[in-house]
Design a protein around this ligand. Structure first.
Ligand code: AMP
Length: 187
């Protein structure tokens, strides 16, 4: 079974995803990472993608779904942990359809963190990672409000479909990891 990690920027989902992947052998598909790699390629597509990322806007869906399809083709024999997809309801519909077509089953985890705490965590990592989209408060707030507006409906829909469990993300990295593991092992 595959896993889909959802959670507001700064919730620690990337870190938790990698840790889980190391312990349980998932291949991590990190949408933001893939897009940053394309953005750095110097191609025309790369420049287009970069302009969206740097401003904190969502990259157009046709590009997103193409990257997802390619990854699924390349890693079809592995269990995949998706981080950063689906980000809105249109992507959810397409993602669900592709997964069904390829007969891949999955469940989702949402890491919960209050808005202000998430904001402070991103500001903390900005100085370490040097990302352009973390550089000013306005861009961080834009991405966070995109999460509320576009991704929360995805979370709610997966809850209704009984595919998603929520985890309290306010503890330490180790505490959150233990919570996630408990959920995965017991369900
Ligand atoms: P992240 O590393 O998840 O914070 O993503 C960084 C940036 O990549 C986002 O702010 C978007 O510009 C872009 N991005 C990542 N995932 C998606 C997605 N599923 N759909 C559209 N844009 C995305």
């Amino acid at each position: 079974m595959d896993l889909v990690f959802l959670g507001i920027q700064g919730s620690g989902k990337g870190t938790q995803a990698r840790r889980l992947a190391d312990e349980f052998g998932y291949y991590v598909f990190d949408m933001g990472y893939e897009l940053r790699a394309i953005a750095g390629s110097g191609t025309e597509l790369g420049n287009t993608v970069k302009s969206y990322i740097d401003e904190g806007h969502l990259v157009p869906a046709d590009i997103i779904m193409k990257v997802v399809r390619e990854a699924l083709e390349q890693h079809k024999k592995k269990h995949i942990l998706f981080d950063g997809i689906p980000r809105d309801m249109d992507q959810k519909r397409e993602f669900d359809a592709i997964m069904k077509e390829l007969k891949r089953t999955f469940r989702c985890i949402n890491i919960l963190l209050p808005y202000e705490e998430a904001f402070q965590r991103i500001k903390g990592r900005a100085s370490v990672e040097g990302r352009a989209d973390d550089a000013d408060d306005e861009k961080i707030r834009r991405r966070m409000s995109l999460f509320k507006e576009k991704t929360m409906p995805v979370v709610e829909k997966y809850i209704q479909e009984e595919k998603l469990v929520q985890v309290d993300g306010s503890g330490s990295m180790d505490e959150v990891y233990e919570l996630i593991k408990q959920i995965l092992l017991k369900t």
